[in-house]
Unconditional design. Structure first.
Lengths: 443, 443
């Protein structure tokens, strides 16, 4: 059997998990890859900790169990790049800075396959990296970058290649899902639920990227590129986080048999693609509404094969590492015949004005008779059919209620709101909240 | 771009679906495969019907829209086999007879890739077929053979290649699941529920292979070979159908918060593999308990990546066809570098005596005081811990109750039953029913 040699840059939570799996089941992996998969070198500044934490052979490291400095690490990386016998490099350094970016380019330009879990790097600076892989006829494995252990990437790339993905909706950020689940199941406010997530290790001290949709956005950009062959930037992707979800929103969700979830969403309509990351009202007949806690899940609606659901662990050391090892085996198997990335397509990135959704619109108004009639009439005047109107919640001197519409374009909702404000400027005491509704039976 | 030419043998429900997808989205498929995927020829006796049903170009058929006889069809197959420009043949003839078996061998021996949905053929006569693929360095695509649209095969082969599958449990026969769902949700007996399935097109006039576990057994054998590299015959695989499930079983299931499902099950313990197809008590905290109707679902418990769930359509024309087209694209992409099937492993096929399960044992006894105490004492005497004992159901002169055990070996259950019979031969009015229990948190 031929040898297939692997180096790992960065031996933290994920990189260490990769080293551990290869150390533990290397011979089974080699059988599957039809070549000897060999872990040749690990570069890690904090080697002493990594050796102990993952029970690894110190000989794999630059200077055994001794920690090394940046200069030594850089020299080791240069050696790996120059070593023709190394076929694949795992980048588990993380971040989006120039060092990791250039290192990835160097790996590919040295004719080596690259496997990475770095969603931020691929989403924000991925274009040149994918181009370098193509130019050098090597592959980039990034199964671990989207939803940890869930085989989202290979399912789209290798399993759904005989179909057209009409839409994909996913719960792809465990932290925000954990927070929303606790708000809904335990009647907590956002701040309390966030603190609980931090106390239980489900949220970082700085949870910004998790709760503002940024992390989910990175994953969505990678999925869109793969599923539809188009490059979308973080600036272009409409993103709304979960910070402003309050108990009232959750009550309105319950009233229409729905749960609020941070949904990564992409939909194809002819040659147009719309995508967004934002809280949506997910009806309870949609599988995603029942996905609680830190679990991740993806729901595909395909033209020929119908509905698919994938559920699994979105994070964790060995969970994410197993996806990386799967990518290593794939590269080892199909080494000489790598087919990179979706070919450029004629699809274009569009916005929600071209797509119809059912929406839940929440109005806070003066508490006066005739208000519901006036507002729903204005919605009707725009040609929007109303599905349900919630019970009216009366406060001290104002009232709140929500209107669920059948699928319509967002412009019509906005027109209706504008007309309401124009005709009775005093009636709305705050800006209406608008949230799309996800059904099970509507694609 | 290079050409990748495909022929289809048999243009019925599935083969016709394949031809339709390629006809409709051929150019997208070619972009993905990085070569021009061309449907070159379709061989079908009943061509006139197929052309109309799937809206296909008659020029693809042997004699246009005209039906052909067996002789003409055989001549056309010979031509395809001799045509060096054809890269891949889709076998959607079906059956396990010599004709289809030899045709598959001929395809592979002619150096062409084979894609098939024929689970019975692969499960019963697959060994020589897989060997021929290996010898000729071509691939067999059979994603469509297991659970229709669900990407079970590629998930195991390409996505879980960096992990160890500790166990897999699946609902892989839509007909029997539809029947069981209706027995449980609508309080029907087996015969009534079967008739309802037949009336609604969910069961064939001869439902034998669906309700006796045979169809699920075929799929299980294919999965075991792929996941564990071992060949198991239909005779070796322990199989129990759903024909004997009655309302009482369903009541006992409800009492322990479970549903009865026909489960395809395989588990690895060290170097031993156990597999079975049989009704199991699936606790409601296990995702599979909520999978109703004709839907299929698979639940994997992996050593490194934890629990995975895949849900999708297990049957249907375009659903199954999309899996076949996915296999065609895969073969086209990695044409020169096909890696066939799991390497032989040192794992052995074992039986349930080496594996522990929690069991539900249902006893029908004389209605006499002290019976429960006597029976549960005998179970305890074998060192089996009891989880719960059900309410006693009293009939005219006998009583029925069930005992849920913690995980134990089946031999101990059998010993306890033997001791009960030996000590008080009169006490059991019929043979106890034994059914494994599937929890969510136990692998």
């Amino acid at each position: 059997m031929k040898n297939f040699k692997v180096a790992i840059l960065g031996c933290g939570t994920v990189g260490g998990g990769v080293a551990k799996i290869i150390s533990e089941i290397g011979s089974e992996l080699s059988e599957r890859a039809n070549c000897t998969v060999e872990l040749a070198k690990i570069v890690e500044l904090n080697a002493s900790y990594a050796v102990t934490r993952f029970e690894l052979n110190p000989d794999l490291f630059v200077d055994g169990s001794n920690d090394v400095n940046a200069e030594q690490a850089n020299a080791a990386i240069k050696e790996i790049l120059a070593d023709k016998s190394i076929n694949l490099v795992v980048e588990t350094i993380g971040g989006t800075g120039d060092f990791v970016y250039n290192t990835c380019l160097d790996i590919l330009n040295a004719g080596k396959h690259l496997v990475t879990a770095n969603k931020a790097l691929l989403a924000e600076r991925g274009k040149a990296i994918f181009e370098a892989a193509l130019a050098n006829k090597v592959t980039i494995g990034y199964e671990a970058a989207v939803c940890g252990a869930i085989p989202a990437i290979k399912t789209i790339k290798e399993s759904f290649s005989g179909d057209v993905i009409d839409s994909v909706s996913g719960i792809m950020n465990g932290t925000s899902n954990y927070i929303l689940s606790n708000m809904q199941n335990n009647n907590l406010g956002f701040a309390e639920a966030l603190k609980m997530a931090q106390d239980n290790g489900y949220a970082e001290a700085d949870p910004t990227l998790d709760v503002n949709g940024g992390d989910a956005g990175h994953k969505t950009i990678i999925l869109i590129k793969l599923a539809y062959g188009i490059d979308v930037t973080m600036e272009e992707l409409p993103m709304i986080g979960i910070e402003k979800i309050d108990k009232e929103d959750i009550e309105f969700a319950e009233e229409i048999d729905a749960k609020i979830k941070l949904i990564c969403y992409a939909k194809r309509n002819g040659d147009e693609i719309y995508a967004t990351v934002r809280p949506m009202m997910v009806k309870n007949d949609n599988f995603l509404s029942g996905v609680d806690g830190a679990t991740n899940a993806l729901r595909f609606s395909n033209r020929y094969s119908g509905i698919h659901i994938l559920v699994g662990e979105g994070a964790g050391s060995s969970e994410t590492a197993s996806s990386i090892v799967g990518d290593i085996i794939f590269a080892a198997r199909y080494n000489e015949q790598i087919n990179n990335e979706a070919a450029p397509t004629s699809l274009t990135f569009s916005d929600d004005r071209h797509f119809e959704f059912p929406y839940l619109v929440t109005f806070s108004t003066e508490d006066a008779p005739g208000t519901t009639g006036f507002i729903t009439s204005e919605i009707g005047a725009e040609g929007i059919n109303i599905d349900t109107v919630s019970h009216n919640r009366r406060g001290l001197d104002n009232a709140t209620f929500s209107v669920a519409t059948v699928p319509c374009k967002i412009d019509k909702i906005n027109n209706a709101i504008e007309n309401i404000k124009k005709k009775r400027p005093e009636i709305l005491v705050k800006e209406p909240k608008i949230m799309p509704i996800l059904y099970s039976d509507r694609k």
